[in-house]
Design a protein around this ligand. Sequence first.
Ligand code: PEP
Ligand code: MG
Length: 898
Amino acid sequence: AKYVYSWGAGKADGNGTMKPLLGGKGANLAEMGRIGLPVPAGFTISTEVCTYYYDNKRTYPAALQAQIAAGIGKIEKIMGVTFGDATRFPLLVAVRSGARDSMPGMMDTILNLGLNDETVIALERATQNPRFAWDCYRRFIQMYGDVVLGVQKRAGEDHEPFETVLETYKDETYGNGHLEDNKLTADDLKTIIDRFKALVKERTGKAFPSDPWQQLEGAVSAVFGSWMNDRAIVYRRKYNIPAEWGTAVNVQAMVFGNTGDESGSGVAFTRDPATGEKVFYGEFLLNAQGEDVVAGVRTPEAVAELAKQMPKAYKELDRIRKVLETHFKDMQDFEFTIQDGTVYMLQTRNGKRTGVAAVRIATEMVKEGLIDWKTAVMRVPADQLDQVLAPIFDRVAVKKANVIARGLPAGPGAASGEIYFNADRAVEAAAKDKKVLLVRVETSPEDLRGMIAAEGILTARGGVSSHAALVARQMGKVCVCGAAALHVDYNKRTLTVDGTVYNEGDWLSIDGTAGEVYAGRIETGASEVIQGLVENDAEAKKGRTFKNFVQLMKWCAEGTRMTVRTNADTPEQVRNALAFGAVGIGLTRTEHMFFEGDRIDAMREMILAESLEARQEALAKLLPYQREDFFGIFKELKGYPATIRFLDPPLHEFLPNSGDQQKDLAKKLGIPVEKIQQRVHDLHEFNPMLGFRGCRLGIRYPEITAMQARAVFEAAADANKKGYKAKPEIMIPLVGFKKELDLQVEVVHEVARKVQAERKTTINYSVGTMIEVPRGALTADEIAQTAEFFSFGTNDLTQTTLGMSRDDSGSFLPPYEELEIVKKNPFATIDQTGVGALMRIAVEKGRQTRKDIKLGICGEHGGEPDSVKFCDAIGLDYVSCSPFRVPVARLAAAQAAL
Ligand code: PEP
Ligand code: MG
């Protein structure tokens, strides 16, 4: 079998389509090699080897070693250098991980591999640059010692042991432990190397390996091993990357950005990843290796500066930037090194971008003719569309606020929170429902948990491609980085800016679009899109983001098969949802209409009533409320259909539970409190979510159904009279038996006949049911004889299929996700194998009986992209979700159809 894929000299074994096998980095290095971009020669060890490694107790296929040797042989031939050569310029290699999807900073890398006491002398002689040669060797021992040999911080140590050695030396020799590394001489470095080696010997009991082949073997194992390190596992869980994918390992000839002032390393984007603007964007460090840029150790300069400092190299990079976009037809994020004036490409990949940038780049690339509109729709990750709707600071409040520092705008949006200086404490505070800003000097992958928990991230050091910036962008977190005026003291837990001290727990606000830091808490407000669409603000409608968003939604409308409705209980919610493009209501939860004001009293009176008369008296009070609500909704809907779900109150949500509530109600109803206590006691349920819910209420008390039907039909008649064309679709909840539906539908039709006769009008209505218990799904053929439509109530269908209470799942689901018993929270993303199987059955059986039965979903899953795609796959006609999720659902629905 072939495990090793080489590239170099304009040829490659692999290509850009082979990401599953070669990983993202390996496949694109091959592709860049193929199209003649300047890539140093190298090879990829495939992800199959990673899988083999973990399936076979961390061992390798027998054929691998020879293939690696042949791979090195090819690099030697192309580059004209030899691995382990102690006489001339030796071949040094970089060993890097590369999974199918990039996992920035999560796995290990080793640079300058191949150096030892002999080859370092050869390198020194060949380059006539002793400082450079010994600096490479110093870096190599440090990286290899840390990553491969595990010489790392132990419990109780404050610093990495190699850093301690380095600082101690600088302090002894120059009286300054923080002297910059590039001030050290070759002789300094030689002494430091001796101390590093002694440290390795002391910590591992073995000498540092000097044989380059042995070094290579160790590095390859370390990279495969890093696939299972803690932070890689946390990252995979967050982004749903399966562990089976594995990582590839890339071995590539080193080029050097640290040979002098004609050299450097950088990271660049073909467009601005924060805003999407078409500008050459990025940063570089003179006389540095790539890791220095990403690590945020020195603050890099903007790529535009390169035009002044190295005009030829800049021109070449700008040419490559254009080649990359025309070839890959997407915004690229690439790494380069300039060695003595010559540009080399080390990596390219589709650049991570903010939601705002994704929308802008996709729409502008269509205008430029690079991609077609369908590709543009596919390009915007549906779950990122939320960012376009993300809050911004209130315009008035922010004018009064005080800017205390500026940094780089690394993740757009506005965030306000209490500051925390460490990830654990940030997580703790967030768990107590506090709004948290994570403030760090710079972030590293260890901070990931804290970043996930925080509203926003603020750092004092590092550039737009630093770890903090990359991760924030991907998570859609608000982020300001490199705000140099901040002085963070981790020990005292303080942040000092211009002499003012902020303590942990104090409020700050950050604007990740402008890169500004404000003292105190600032109210956040709606985004441009919300202002334009929902508030109809003329100024907002002129904005670029608004226009791009509207264009994207137009394409979605063209590409979609399913329509998107909304779950709404009030006219205002309907208005918002229609502004986002919803074409009707998929679920009105009528019981929600009784949470307001004193309506709850009439509702309680109805629930507590002991006789038909008493109940009818209470119902008579509820009727006008309902009629008024329905009228408001019909009016707002402008002729779009409204699925109105009849009462489904989990009783415990409505019963007056506390003594005070009971006393109040007793007073209002003029009955003794004991009586109420007795009734509440009678109605108490052990499993209220599986109790007196849904149509069970209407079966027991048909007068409730009759009242609701009357309210709907009278409101519809009123609306029709005013020209609003009401289209009620009455939906009976929690049906498991055809007979349940039959009985309820009879009541509905009976009232319909009466109201139509009374009002001398016809009403355009239909009656259907929710499919939300397994028996309903399994007998859908019978139920469809009566039901004109089905709407999947996946909240209850998940609860009842899994036998997991939707109210209590929070207490036992987290370990289920951690142990991967469930891939994702089934209450957020449809469990396709279990719940999904029941849905497929119901769809098939429903259509068997009634060919044109209308099918939709109204559980919370209706606004979650993966679930929306599943609904398309099983042939539903529409999805329904909360108003602010409508754009996300529309995009996901269009993507599913294209
Ligand atoms: C459902 O069960 O999915 C549903 C939409 O109804 P509710 O959430 O009101 O029970
Ligand atoms: Mg339900």
